[in-house]
Design a protein around this ligand. Structure first.
Ligand code: NAX
Ligand code: K
Length: 223
């Protein structure tokens, strides 16, 4: 099995997008469909999707859009400054806004209380706050959001990595989402592999990153 750390995964993503011209939006879409594949839609019908504003959040919004397209009930909670969001996030948000009336921006104590109350009603929580972009301790509102997610006793799926976990070292960078299932994209991350408790809950899904991007970054081929 190939293992990659955070920096290697980011370099592979970048190579695929910038050198091999794979559209970032198509990777995000594939990531969302990879997660959807692991959701039993006969069992789960009401979803809380909690997103940060990077591409992990974009994966979450694309998943929300695909669930909404199937007439599922979805509530979306956004943490962070949308002005600074990635283009893939913004595009998916525009579509979610057309399909979903339940989009909540979590900024204040009241917003946190509202989120907690609402998450108690859903059947499944999707964690799309941080992925490989997490590079420092989780503090403030992010830490509170993760502890609320952990306190709500619902089935939880983390996209790529449980938010709060260091993708390279497997260290908890503060609060970490206690996921029931982790759908990690394209390659196993060292941080997940090092921690038995996370490794057990992990599935790896191909999202269409060409092998050439992996060979170039990991083995210096094609440079
Ligand atoms: N690069 C790409 O285009 C792709 C990314 N994908 C997804 O996107 C993720 C990576 O996306 P991003 O690089 O946008 O990063 P993330 O979405 O993981 O993180 C978003 C941003 O959070 C900020 N941040 C980091 N640590 C923080 C902290 N402790 N508190 C507050 N903010 C913090 C960083 O500035 C970071 O850019 C992957 O894990 C994967 O899920 C893949 O789905 C497909 C392709
Ligand atoms: K995540």
């Amino acid at each position: 099995m190939i293992l990659v750390d955070r920096v290697q995964m980011q370099a592979i993503d970048r190579y695929a997008i910038e050198v091999l011209k794979v559209p970032a939006l198509s990777l995000v879409e594939r990531a969302s469909m990879a997660v959807l594949k692991h959701i039993n839609l006969n069992k789960f019908g009401y979803f809380g999707v909690v997103v940060g504003v990077g591409n992990n959040g974009a994966d979450g919004l694309a998943l929300a859009r695909n669930l909404l397209a199937r007439y599922k009930d979805v509530e979306i909670f956004i943490i962070g400054d949308v002005e600074k969001a990635s283009p893939e996030f913004k595009l998916n948000l525009e579509s979610c806004e057309m399909l979903c009336e339940e989009i909540y921006y979590v900024e204040s104590i009241e917003d946190l209380e509202n989120m907690e109350k609402r998450l108690c009603n859903v059947n499944l929580i999707v964690d799309a706050i941080f992925g490989t972009g997490l590079n420092r301790p989780v503090t403030g509102i992010y830490a509170t959001v993760i502890s609320i997610i952990n306190n709500v006793m619902k089935y939880k799926i983390s996209i790529d990595i449980p938010s709060g976990l260091d993708a390279s070292t497997g260290q908890d960078l503060g609060e970490v989402v206690d996921a029931d299932l982790i759908v990690t994209m394209q390659l196993m991350k060292t941080g997940l592999y090092e921690r038995e408790a996370y490794k057990r809950k992990c599935v790896i899904e191909d999202i269409g990153i060409p092998q050439k991007a992996i060979d170039s970054v990991l083995y210096g081929l094609f440079n």
